[in-house]
Design a protein around this ligand. Structure first.
Ligand SMILES: *Cc1c(COP(=O)(O)O)cnc(C)c1O
Length: 355
């Protein structure tokens, strides 16, 4: 069997949810969109049975959760995309976010005997989805009168929560507070909002990244929570050879050996979701020691400099990120954010529960 896989630590996932609860008394909507940030939608939801609700990006994801027996509230963070989804949402008691007039219009024409809860998305400054604050009273009145809607809430999303002392975030918090409608629950904070902005916690928080043990804040910032990585991307050395001074390694001969040195081949590549482009130096862990990635990353393999681990042998385990090597660090070297690395893992990569 090909040795690349992602191990998933259920204990760490539950620990991170407990860390969220230590930071806030708000209710917790665990965000599991994009296949649970690459960890597996159903596995994450079942492991986080203590969450008060789940947040997904599509009806398809919500139905997969219901089919797996998830009974909690499931929020459709972008609501519905077409009118045909409405009867299914009502039947399955999903909770759509209503962010646009075209959705109100579709709801007016719906036919169903069922009802659901809904969130009204308010644009407090992100300028992506949501109604203008000035439109909200009219939207709220219409939805209150709708035969399909029970409980309502106001949801907004922070644009710059990971920045310390961002004036934008303060304005967003104030804008949502000014809108408060009696009986409406309110939700604003993503992971960065939970970690940095207690004033943004409101009634419901919506952690994604931090549940997976990854911080949205700069690595230089003091971590307000003790998060543990849930995923460790693992493979093995499938070849170890001594190369000669001047040997060029891999496609394009992009790396040239400055001396005689051991070079290892790791059985993982961009076909698994490991990044191909790096700005800074990336490394992996072999026998707990760092080995720099050298040359170009291939689809199924990559090469590492084993001078720092001269006793390395074929079959040794290699950690690409996770335990002992934060994915935040790999993301920084790749000039991206940890979100894209986790979500970018491909389907062929097996996920297995274990530490
Ligand atoms: C993805 C998402 C979140 C979670 O964001 P993190 O930064 O991963 O915590 C919260 N709210 C909404 C609306 C989202 O789309």
């Amino acid at each position: 069997m090909r040795p690349a896989y992602a191990s998933l630590d259920a204990r760490a996932l539950r620990h991170n949810l407990a860390q969220v609860r230590e930071l806030t008394s708000a209710r917790v909507m665990a965000i599991v969109k994009a296949n649970g940030y690459g960890h597996g939608l159903v596995w994450v939801a079942k492991t986080l049975e203590g969450a008060d609700a789940f947040g997904v990006a599509s009806l398809e994801e919500a139905l997969e959760l219901r089919a797996a027996g998830i009974r909690q509230e499931i929020c459709l963070l972008e609501g519905f995309f077409e009118a045909a989804e409405i009867p299914v949402i009502l039947r399955e008691r999903l909770t759509p976010v209503i962010h646009d007039h075209h959705q109100l219009e579709a709801l007016r024409g719906a036919q169903s005997d069922h009802r659901c809860d809904a969130w009204i998305k308010v644009d407090t400054g992100m300028h992506r989805l949501g109604f203008d604050p000035a439109e909200v009273p009219a939207v709220a009145a219409e939805l209150k009168a709708s035969p399909f809607v029970d409980r309502l809430g106001l949801m907004s999303h922070l644009a710059s929560a990971e920045e310390d002392a961002s004036p934008v975030t303060l304005l967003q918090i104030e804008a949502l507070e000014r809108l408060s409608i009696p009986g409406f629950r309110r939700s604003l904070a993503n992971s960065a909002g939970i970690m940095r902005w207690p004033a943004a916690h409101a009634d419901w928080v919506r952690p994604g990244l931090m549940l997976y043990g990854v911080s949205p804040l700069d690595r230089s910032d003091a971590a307000p929570a003790r998060l543990q990585p849930v995923m460790t991307l693992r493979s093995r050395l499938i070849s170890v050879r001594r190369r000669k001074q001047g040997d060029a390694i891999g496609y394009g001969g992009a790396y040239r050996c400055s001396e005689d040195m051991p070079v290892g081949v790791v059985g993982v590549g961009y076909g698994d979701g490991y990044p191909r482009e790096f700005r800074g130096a990336a490394s992996v862990l072999v026998q707990g020691r760092r080995a720099p990635v050298i040359g170009r990353v291939s689809m199924d393999m990559l090469t590492v400099d084993l001078r720092g681990v001269p006793q390395a042998r074929v079959g040794d385990e290699v950690i690409l990120w996770g335990a002992g090597l934060p994915v935040e660090e790999v993301a920084e070297a790749a000039g991206t954010i940890p979100y894209t690395l986790l979500c970018g893992l491909t389907q062929r990569l097996p996920r297995r529960e274990g530490p």
